[in-house]
Design a binder for this molecule. Structure first.
Ligand code: ADP
Length: 258
């Protein structure tokens, strides 16, 4: 159990990588991958060297959201995985290894080794940030990552309604027990502004994520915005495709708040 988990005293940092940032959530579907992709693209646009590891092995969306769903990861001359590059970000995703539509039926140890390979056998080169899009929840992949490399911190993505917050609190507790600092919370789908009337609707209860506690700074409130969804389906993160939108500006601010 996580309660019994003890982190070895000095974990190795990843060579050449200044910061490893984990993006986690309690539930699926709250926008964790969208935040990971947009934060990565935003940091890269601001001039940082950025890698993005899609560790959401059961629902790998990064490749598609980066517009590279059909690309294949290849081996370089040193027989390392060569990350794919798009929008200034180097990334690897299970979505670039297994054909779309095929299920991954793997047990914990196999997931562990897949993520370890993404971490250690990919030619990341020198990076300021390696962003890791975790699977939702508190499972094997999260455990194995926090136990094998030194992580700068974790960002929790949640929507503001109670059922999401309860699971987000569990994810926070997992990171706390694993001695991974929680850098803050992103409230996604925080509110919706109707484009025709300009009226604001707090569909899921804007501001609810503040109930997770004062010690976890609110890194941003990202509205529901059809462009966020369409841009990710089209393969260009909203921070690049619609930088003036309120959602893109909130996502850019999340990256700058890190
Ligand atoms: P998760 O990684 O938590 O499972 P995703 O990032 O895959 O969630 O998002 C789930 C769906 O919701 C995607 O279709 C995505 O485009 C959409 N989505 C995420 N955030 C927003 C938002 N702020 N506004 C509109 N659609 C969003």
């Amino acid at each position: 159990t996580f309660g019994a988990m003890v982190r070895p005293p000095a974990q190795p940092a990843l060579p050449g990588v200044k910061h490893v940032l984990l993006i986690g959530s309690g539930k699926g579907g709250v926008g964790k991958s969208s935040v990971a992709v947009n934060v990565a693209a935003s940091l890269a646009r601001d001039g940082a060297r950025v890698g993005l590891l899609d560790a959401d092995v059961y629902g790998p969306s990064v490749a598609h959201m980066m517009g590279q769903g059909g690309a294949k990861v290849t081996a370089n001359a040193e027989r390392k995985m060569q990350p794919i590059e798009a929008h200034g970000v180097k990334f690897v995703s299970m979505g670039n290894l297994s054909p779309a539509g095929q299920a991954l039926v793997w047990r914990g140890p196999m997931l562990h080794s897949a993520v370890q390979q993404f971490l250690k056998d990919a030619a990341w080169g020198e990076l300021d940030y390696l962003i890791v899009d975790l699977p939702p929840g508190t499972g094997d992949v999260q455990l194995s990552l926090t136990q094998t490399i030194q992580v700068t911190g974790a960002v929790i993505v949640t929507t503001p309604q109670d059922v999401a917050l309860i699971d987000a609190a569990r994810a926070i507790d997992m990171f706390r027990k694993a001695s991974v600092p929680v850098l803050g919370v992103v409230e996604n789908m925080s509110y919706f502004v109707a484009p025709d009337t300009g009226h604001t609707y707090d569909l899921f209860g804007r501001g609810g994520s503040r109930r997770l506690g004062e010690e976890y700074p609110l890194l941003g409130e990202v509205p529901i915005d059809i462009d966020v969804r369409q841009d990710s389906d089209r393969g260009t993160p909203a921070v690049l495709a619609h930088p003036q939108s309120a959602a893109a500006q909130a996502l850019t601010q999340v990256a700058r708040n890190l």
